[in-house]
Unconditional design. Structure first.
Length: 434
Protein backbone atom coordinates (compact mmCIF):
# COMPACT_ATOMS: atom_id res chain seq x y z
CA UNK A 1 0.00 0.00 0.00
CA UNK A 2 1.35 3.45 -0.86
CA UNK A 3 0.85 6.77 0.91
CA UNK A 4 2.01 10.08 -0.46
CA UNK A 5 2.89 13.02 1.75
CA UNK A 6 0.97 15.86 0.19
CA UNK A 7 2.17 19.49 0.24
CA UNK A 8 0.67 21.39 3.14
CA UNK A 9 -2.40 23.37 2.15
CA UNK A 10 -5.22 25.17 3.82
CA UNK A 11 -4.72 24.65 7.53
CA UNK A 12 -1.39 22.96 6.91
CA UNK A 13 -2.38 19.60 8.33
CA UNK A 14 -3.84 17.79 5.32
CA UNK A 15 -2.11 14.49 4.78
CA UNK A 16 -2.87 11.37 2.83
CA UNK A 17 -3.33 8.44 5.14
CA UNK A 18 -2.75 4.72 4.86
CA UNK A 19 -4.03 2.86 1.82
CA UNK A 20 -6.75 4.69 -0.02
CA UNK A 21 -7.38 8.42 0.25
CA UNK A 22 -7.71 9.23 3.94
CA UNK A 23 -7.62 12.91 4.81
CA UNK A 24 -7.14 14.20 8.31
CA UNK A 25 -7.59 17.85 9.21
CA UNK A 26 -6.65 19.02 12.69
CA UNK A 27 -6.95 22.61 13.87
CA UNK A 28 -3.62 24.28 14.42
CA UNK A 29 -4.54 26.18 17.53
CA UNK A 30 -5.20 24.50 20.83
CA UNK A 31 -7.88 27.09 21.53
CA UNK A 32 -9.72 25.90 18.42
CA UNK A 33 -9.76 22.30 19.65
CA UNK A 34 -12.66 20.99 21.69
CA UNK A 35 -11.78 18.27 24.22
CA UNK A 36 -13.31 14.89 23.41
CA UNK A 37 -15.01 12.90 26.14
CA UNK A 38 -13.79 9.51 25.05
CA UNK A 39 -11.86 8.17 22.10
CA UNK A 40 -12.56 10.42 19.14
CA UNK A 41 -11.82 10.03 15.46
CA UNK A 42 -10.11 12.76 13.42
CA UNK A 43 -12.51 15.50 12.37
CA UNK A 44 -12.49 14.50 8.70
CA UNK A 45 -12.03 11.03 7.26
CA UNK A 46 -12.50 9.87 3.71
CA UNK A 47 -11.88 6.38 2.37
CA UNK A 48 -12.24 2.81 3.51
CA UNK A 49 -8.79 1.57 4.47
CA UNK A 50 -7.69 3.10 7.78
CA UNK A 51 -5.59 0.27 9.17
CA UNK A 52 -2.88 1.47 11.53
CA UNK A 53 -4.36 4.93 12.07
CA UNK A 54 -4.59 5.67 15.80
CA UNK A 55 -7.70 7.37 17.13
CA UNK A 56 -7.23 11.11 17.48
CA UNK A 57 -7.05 11.24 21.27
CA UNK A 58 -4.62 8.32 21.40
CA UNK A 59 -2.35 10.18 18.98
CA UNK A 60 -2.74 13.33 21.04
CA UNK A 61 -1.62 11.55 24.22
CA UNK A 62 1.26 9.84 22.40
CA UNK A 63 2.41 13.19 21.00
CA UNK A 64 2.40 14.90 24.39
CA UNK A 65 4.40 12.06 25.98
CA UNK A 66 6.72 11.87 22.96
CA UNK A 67 7.61 15.55 23.32
CA UNK A 68 7.63 15.52 27.13
CA UNK A 69 8.86 12.18 28.49
CA UNK A 70 8.26 11.60 32.17
CA UNK A 71 4.84 13.24 32.42
CA UNK A 72 2.33 11.79 34.85
CA UNK A 73 -1.31 11.10 33.98
CA UNK A 74 -2.59 14.33 35.54
CA UNK A 75 -0.02 16.37 33.55
CA UNK A 76 -1.20 14.72 30.34
CA UNK A 77 -4.83 15.51 31.15
CA UNK A 78 -3.93 19.16 31.77
CA UNK A 79 -1.91 19.42 28.56
CA UNK A 80 -4.54 17.79 26.35
CA UNK A 81 -7.73 19.14 27.91
CA UNK A 82 -9.04 15.57 28.23
CA UNK A 83 -10.68 14.29 31.39
CA UNK A 84 -8.61 12.24 33.82
CA UNK A 85 -10.86 9.24 33.17
CA UNK A 86 -10.41 9.48 29.41
CA UNK A 87 -6.63 9.80 29.75
CA UNK A 88 -6.57 6.78 32.07
CA UNK A 89 -8.45 4.67 29.51
CA UNK A 90 -6.14 5.79 26.70
CA UNK A 91 -2.97 5.14 28.70
CA UNK A 92 -4.10 1.61 29.56
CA UNK A 93 -4.75 0.91 25.88
CA UNK A 94 -1.38 2.33 24.79
CA UNK A 95 0.33 0.22 27.45
CA UNK A 96 -1.43 -2.90 26.18
CA UNK A 97 -0.29 -2.02 22.67
CA UNK A 98 3.30 -1.75 23.91
CA UNK A 99 3.64 1.93 23.00
CA UNK A 100 3.93 3.43 26.50
CA UNK A 101 6.03 2.43 29.51
CA UNK A 102 5.43 3.29 33.15
CA UNK A 103 8.30 4.42 35.31
CA UNK A 104 8.81 4.07 39.03
CA UNK A 105 6.19 5.95 41.11
CA UNK A 106 7.34 9.29 42.50
CA UNK A 107 5.92 10.07 45.94
CA UNK A 108 5.06 13.63 46.84
CA UNK A 109 4.18 15.14 50.17
CA UNK A 110 0.46 14.52 49.77
CA UNK A 111 -1.83 12.40 47.64
CA UNK A 112 -1.15 9.40 45.48
CA UNK A 113 2.33 8.96 43.99
CA UNK A 114 2.66 10.08 40.37
CA UNK A 115 3.80 7.58 37.76
CA UNK A 116 5.98 8.99 34.96
CA UNK A 117 5.20 7.77 31.46
CA UNK A 118 7.51 7.42 28.48
CA UNK A 119 7.45 6.12 24.95
CA UNK A 120 8.53 2.50 24.60
CA UNK A 121 11.46 2.71 22.15
CA UNK A 122 10.65 -0.78 20.88
CA UNK A 123 6.94 -0.12 20.56
CA UNK A 124 7.27 0.51 16.83
CA UNK A 125 9.99 0.38 14.18
CA UNK A 126 10.42 2.21 10.90
CA UNK A 127 12.51 2.03 7.74
CA UNK A 128 13.93 5.03 5.92
CA UNK A 129 15.34 4.85 2.38
CA UNK A 130 17.53 7.65 1.08
CA UNK A 131 18.08 7.81 -2.68
CA UNK A 132 21.07 9.97 -3.54
CA UNK A 133 22.82 10.87 -6.75
CA UNK A 134 25.96 9.02 -5.67
CA UNK A 135 24.71 6.55 -3.05
CA UNK A 136 21.65 5.02 -1.41
CA UNK A 137 21.13 3.98 2.19
CA UNK A 138 18.38 2.42 4.23
CA UNK A 139 18.07 2.62 8.01
CA UNK A 140 16.06 0.81 10.66
CA UNK A 141 14.93 3.04 13.55
CA UNK A 142 13.04 2.54 16.76
CA UNK A 143 10.09 4.61 17.99
CA UNK A 144 12.41 7.36 19.29
CA UNK A 145 14.37 7.71 16.06
CA UNK A 146 17.46 5.81 17.19
CA UNK A 147 19.17 4.25 14.17
CA UNK A 148 19.51 0.54 14.93
CA UNK A 149 21.03 -0.67 11.67
CA UNK A 150 22.11 0.76 8.32
CA UNK A 151 22.78 -0.54 4.82
CA UNK A 152 24.54 1.64 2.24
CA UNK A 153 25.46 1.27 -1.42
CA UNK A 154 27.38 3.72 -3.61
CA UNK A 155 27.18 4.07 -7.38
CA UNK A 156 28.17 6.54 -10.08
CA UNK A 157 24.52 7.38 -10.74
CA UNK A 158 21.15 5.96 -9.67
CA UNK A 159 18.66 4.09 -11.85
CA UNK A 160 15.20 2.93 -10.76
CA UNK A 161 16.11 -0.76 -11.04
CA UNK A 162 19.32 -0.26 -9.08
CA UNK A 163 17.49 1.53 -6.27
CA UNK A 164 14.61 -0.97 -6.09
CA UNK A 165 17.02 -3.91 -5.98
CA UNK A 166 18.92 -2.24 -3.15
CA UNK A 167 15.68 -1.49 -1.30
CA UNK A 168 14.48 -5.08 -1.66
CA UNK A 169 17.71 -6.42 -0.17
CA UNK A 170 17.77 -3.77 2.53
CA UNK A 171 14.18 -4.29 3.64
CA UNK A 172 14.75 -8.03 3.90
CA UNK A 173 18.02 -7.81 5.83
CA UNK A 174 16.88 -5.09 8.23
CA UNK A 175 13.60 -6.85 8.92
CA UNK A 176 15.54 -10.03 9.68
CA UNK A 177 17.69 -8.02 12.12
CA UNK A 178 14.66 -7.66 14.41
CA UNK A 179 13.62 -10.50 16.72
CA UNK A 180 10.75 -12.41 15.17
CA UNK A 181 8.31 -11.18 17.80
CA UNK A 182 9.09 -7.55 16.97
CA UNK A 183 8.94 -7.77 13.19
CA UNK A 184 5.20 -7.20 13.29
CA UNK A 185 5.93 -3.80 14.86
CA UNK A 186 7.49 -2.53 11.64
CA UNK A 187 5.07 0.27 10.83
CA UNK A 188 6.13 1.80 7.53
CA UNK A 189 8.89 2.89 5.21
CA UNK A 190 9.66 6.42 4.10
CA UNK A 191 11.56 7.33 0.93
CA UNK A 192 13.67 10.49 0.67
CA UNK A 193 14.69 11.25 -2.90
CA UNK A 194 15.59 14.23 -5.06
CA UNK A 195 12.69 15.21 -7.25
CA UNK A 196 13.05 15.17 -11.07
CA UNK A 197 16.24 13.11 -11.08
CA UNK A 198 16.19 13.04 -14.88
CA UNK A 199 17.18 16.71 -14.91
CA UNK A 200 20.53 16.00 -13.21
CA UNK A 201 22.32 13.94 -15.84
CA UNK A 202 24.81 16.64 -16.85
CA UNK A 203 25.67 17.63 -13.27
CA UNK A 204 26.29 14.05 -12.18
CA UNK A 205 28.07 12.95 -15.34
CA UNK A 206 25.47 10.23 -15.91
CA UNK A 207 24.27 9.05 -19.34
CA UNK A 208 21.11 10.95 -20.26
CA UNK A 209 19.38 7.78 -21.43
CA UNK A 210 19.79 6.11 -18.04
CA UNK A 211 18.67 9.15 -16.06
CA UNK A 212 15.66 9.51 -18.37
CA UNK A 213 14.37 6.28 -16.85
CA UNK A 214 13.36 8.34 -13.83
CA UNK A 215 10.93 10.46 -15.86
CA UNK A 216 8.34 7.70 -16.05
CA UNK A 217 9.35 5.88 -12.88
CA UNK A 218 7.06 5.40 -9.89
CA UNK A 219 9.55 4.69 -7.12
CA UNK A 220 6.91 4.84 -4.41
CA UNK A 221 4.75 2.32 -6.25
CA UNK A 222 7.71 0.07 -7.02
CA UNK A 223 8.72 -0.03 -3.34
CA UNK A 224 5.10 -0.63 -2.32
CA UNK A 225 5.06 -3.64 -4.64
CA UNK A 226 7.89 -5.36 -2.74
CA UNK A 227 6.62 -4.82 0.82
CA UNK A 228 3.41 -4.98 2.81
CA UNK A 229 4.38 -1.84 4.70
CA UNK A 230 2.80 1.57 4.07
CA UNK A 231 5.14 3.63 1.88
CA UNK A 232 5.66 7.41 2.14
CA UNK A 233 7.60 9.81 -0.10
CA UNK A 234 9.34 13.14 0.52
CA UNK A 235 12.04 15.31 -1.04
CA UNK A 236 15.48 14.36 0.29
CA UNK A 237 16.50 17.80 1.55
CA UNK A 238 13.12 18.29 3.24
CA UNK A 239 13.62 14.91 4.89
CA UNK A 240 16.96 16.05 6.33
CA UNK A 241 15.21 19.10 7.77
CA UNK A 242 12.49 16.85 9.22
CA UNK A 243 15.12 14.73 10.98
CA UNK A 244 16.67 17.81 12.57
CA UNK A 245 13.25 19.07 13.65
CA UNK A 246 12.08 15.79 15.16
CA UNK A 247 15.27 14.27 16.55
CA UNK A 248 18.00 16.91 16.58
CA UNK A 249 18.79 20.38 17.85
CA UNK A 250 15.82 21.74 15.96
CA UNK A 251 13.38 19.96 18.29
CA UNK A 252 11.33 22.55 20.14
CA UNK A 253 12.51 25.45 17.99
CA UNK A 254 9.85 27.50 16.30
CA UNK A 255 11.56 28.93 13.21
CA UNK A 256 14.72 27.96 11.36
CA UNK A 257 16.12 27.46 7.89
CA UNK A 258 18.02 24.24 7.35
CA UNK A 259 20.85 23.70 4.87
CA UNK A 260 21.94 20.18 3.97
CA UNK A 261 25.17 19.74 2.01
CA UNK A 262 24.96 16.56 -0.03
CA UNK A 263 26.00 15.70 -3.56
CA UNK A 264 24.08 18.92 -4.22
CA UNK A 265 22.95 21.32 -1.53
CA UNK A 266 19.31 21.40 -0.46
CA UNK A 267 17.30 23.01 2.26
CA UNK A 268 14.19 23.02 4.39
CA UNK A 269 12.07 25.52 6.28
CA UNK A 270 10.51 25.25 9.73
CA UNK A 271 7.85 27.80 10.68
CA UNK A 272 5.84 27.86 13.90
CA UNK A 273 7.43 24.60 14.98
CA UNK A 274 6.34 22.66 11.89
CA UNK A 275 7.92 21.60 8.63
CA UNK A 276 6.78 23.99 5.90
CA UNK A 277 6.51 22.31 2.50
CA UNK A 278 4.95 25.18 0.59
CA UNK A 279 2.33 25.11 -2.13
CA UNK A 280 4.19 22.59 -4.31
CA UNK A 281 6.36 20.82 -1.76
CA UNK A 282 9.50 22.67 -2.89
CA UNK A 283 9.77 25.19 -0.05
CA UNK A 284 13.40 25.54 1.02
CA UNK A 285 14.77 24.13 -2.25
CA UNK A 286 17.57 26.64 -2.29
CA UNK A 287 19.69 25.10 -5.05
CA UNK A 288 18.68 27.72 -7.58
CA UNK A 289 19.37 30.69 -5.29
CA UNK A 290 21.66 33.21 -7.04
CA UNK A 291 24.89 34.03 -5.20
CA UNK A 292 28.15 35.66 -6.17
CA UNK A 293 31.26 33.54 -6.63
CA UNK A 294 34.74 34.71 -5.63
CA UNK A 295 34.98 36.70 -8.89
CA UNK A 296 31.67 38.45 -8.27
CA UNK A 297 29.86 36.50 -10.99
CA UNK A 298 26.29 35.43 -10.20
CA UNK A 299 25.88 31.65 -10.14
CA UNK A 300 23.45 29.27 -8.52
CA UNK A 301 24.37 28.26 -4.98
CA UNK A 302 24.25 24.61 -6.00
CA UNK A 303 27.39 25.25 -8.10
CA UNK A 304 29.35 26.40 -5.04
CA UNK A 305 28.17 24.60 -1.93
CA UNK A 306 27.83 20.98 -3.02
CA UNK A 307 30.06 17.97 -2.41
CA UNK A 308 30.23 17.34 -6.13
CA UNK A 309 32.30 20.55 -6.37
CA UNK A 310 34.91 18.97 -4.09
CA UNK A 311 34.72 15.76 -6.13
CA UNK A 312 35.63 17.70 -9.27
CA UNK A 313 38.49 19.45 -7.51
CA UNK A 314 39.88 16.17 -6.17
CA UNK A 315 39.53 14.30 -9.47
CA UNK A 316 41.03 17.27 -11.31
CA UNK A 317 44.14 16.84 -9.16
CA UNK A 318 44.35 13.16 -10.15
CA UNK A 319 43.16 11.88 -6.76
CA UNK A 320 40.54 9.25 -5.91
CA UNK A 321 37.30 10.95 -4.90
CA UNK A 322 35.31 7.77 -4.17
CA UNK A 323 35.77 8.04 -0.34
CA UNK A 324 33.47 11.08 -0.46
CA UNK A 325 30.61 8.64 -1.09
CA UNK A 326 31.97 5.35 0.30
CA UNK A 327 33.09 6.82 3.64
CA UNK A 328 30.95 9.94 4.18
CA UNK A 329 31.82 10.11 7.88
CA UNK A 330 35.56 9.64 7.40
CA UNK A 331 37.08 11.49 4.46
CA UNK A 332 40.79 11.21 3.80
CA UNK A 333 42.94 14.32 3.93
CA UNK A 334 42.57 16.10 0.59
CA UNK A 335 44.80 18.90 1.87
CA UNK A 336 44.41 22.29 0.19
CA UNK A 337 41.47 21.09 -1.87
CA UNK A 338 39.35 20.63 1.25
CA UNK A 339 40.49 23.98 2.63
CA UNK A 340 39.57 25.78 -0.57
CA UNK A 341 36.24 24.00 -0.82
CA UNK A 342 35.28 24.88 2.76
CA UNK A 343 35.83 28.57 2.05
CA UNK A 344 33.82 28.39 -1.19
CA UNK A 345 30.96 26.66 0.61
CA UNK A 346 31.03 29.18 3.46
CA UNK A 347 30.81 32.14 1.10
CA UNK A 348 27.79 30.67 -0.63
CA UNK A 349 26.07 29.75 2.63
CA UNK A 350 26.70 33.21 4.08
CA UNK A 351 24.85 34.81 1.18
CA UNK A 352 22.01 32.30 1.50
CA UNK A 353 21.63 32.99 5.23
CA UNK A 354 21.50 36.74 4.61
CA UNK A 355 18.98 36.35 1.78
CA UNK A 356 16.75 34.08 3.87
CA UNK A 357 16.89 36.44 6.87
CA UNK A 358 15.87 39.32 4.61
CA UNK A 359 12.54 37.59 3.91
CA UNK A 360 11.74 35.68 7.11
CA UNK A 361 13.04 36.56 10.55
CA UNK A 362 14.49 33.13 11.25
CA UNK A 363 15.86 32.56 14.71
CA UNK A 364 18.37 29.94 13.56
CA UNK A 365 20.18 28.82 10.43
CA UNK A 366 21.23 25.20 10.85
CA UNK A 367 23.93 23.68 8.63
CA UNK A 368 24.31 19.92 8.26
CA UNK A 369 25.49 17.53 5.59
CA UNK A 370 26.55 14.09 4.50
CA UNK A 371 30.12 14.71 5.54
CA UNK A 372 32.43 14.24 8.54
CA UNK A 373 31.55 16.18 11.67
CA UNK A 374 34.94 17.89 11.68
CA UNK A 375 34.32 19.24 8.17
CA UNK A 376 30.84 20.41 9.17
CA UNK A 377 32.32 22.29 12.13
CA UNK A 378 34.83 24.02 9.86
CA UNK A 379 32.11 25.02 7.41
CA UNK A 380 29.93 26.51 10.17
CA UNK A 381 32.84 28.47 11.63
CA UNK A 382 33.85 29.72 8.18
CA UNK A 383 30.23 30.73 7.43
CA UNK A 384 30.05 32.76 10.64
CA UNK A 385 33.18 34.60 9.54
CA UNK A 386 31.97 35.04 5.98
CA UNK A 387 28.67 36.75 6.89
CA UNK A 388 30.61 39.57 8.55
CA UNK A 389 32.20 40.49 5.20
CA UNK A 390 28.82 41.52 3.73
CA UNK A 391 26.71 44.65 4.26
CA UNK A 392 24.27 43.63 6.99
CA UNK A 393 22.43 46.92 7.35
CA UNK A 394 18.75 46.22 7.98
CA UNK A 395 19.30 42.47 8.39
CA UNK A 396 18.80 40.61 11.67
CA UNK A 397 20.99 37.56 11.28
CA UNK A 398 19.84 34.23 12.72
CA UNK A 399 22.20 32.27 14.93
CA UNK A 400 24.27 30.02 12.67
CA UNK A 401 24.56 26.56 14.19
CA UNK A 402 25.70 23.06 13.35
CA UNK A 403 23.15 20.40 12.61
CA UNK A 404 23.21 17.32 14.80
CA UNK A 405 22.12 14.42 12.57
CA UNK A 406 24.78 14.19 9.87
CA UNK A 407 25.09 11.46 7.27
CA UNK A 408 21.87 9.65 8.23
CA UNK A 409 19.69 12.77 8.16
CA UNK A 410 17.83 12.09 4.92
CA UNK A 411 17.17 8.42 5.67
CA UNK A 412 16.19 9.22 9.27
CA UNK A 413 13.87 11.98 8.08
CA UNK A 414 12.28 9.50 5.69
CA UNK A 415 11.78 7.01 8.55
CA UNK A 416 10.06 9.73 10.58
CA UNK A 417 7.27 10.00 8.00
CA UNK A 418 5.40 6.81 8.99
CA UNK A 419 6.13 7.57 12.65
CA UNK A 420 4.33 10.91 12.49
CA UNK A 421 1.65 9.91 10.03
CA UNK A 422 0.62 6.75 11.89
CA UNK A 423 1.16 7.61 15.55
CA UNK A 424 1.60 11.31 16.27
CA UNK A 425 0.01 14.68 15.58
CA UNK A 426 2.11 17.24 13.75
CA UNK A 427 2.91 20.83 14.58
CA UNK A 428 0.84 22.95 16.93
CA UNK A 429 -1.79 20.39 17.86
CA UNK A 430 -0.18 19.23 21.10
CA UNK A 431 1.42 21.94 23.19
CA UNK A 432 3.76 21.90 26.13
CA UNK A 433 2.02 21.13 29.42
CA UNK A 434 0.90 24.30 31.18
Amino acid sequence: MACRILPAGGCGHHRAGTGQAVEICVAHDRDMMEPFDGLAQPTQLRGTNQSGMRAFNERLVLTVVYRNPGLAQRDIARATGLSAQTVSVIIRQLERDGLLLKGEPVRGRVGQPSVPLAINPRGAFFLGLKVGRRSAEIVLTDFLGTVLATRRRSYRWPTPDRVVDFARDGIASLTAALPEGEQRRLSGIGIATPFELWNWAAQTGAPSAEMEQWRGADLQGDIAAITDLPVFLINDATAACAAELRFGRGAGRRDFIHFYIGTFIGGGVVLNGGLYNGRTGYAGSIGGMPVADEDGKLVQIIDLTSIIVLERMVEGAGLDASPLWNSPDNWPDFGPHTEQWVEIVARGLAQAVIAAASIIDFEFAIIDGGLPESIRTRIVEATRRAVTTFDLQGVQLPAIEEGSIGINARALGAASLPLVERFLLDRDVALEPS
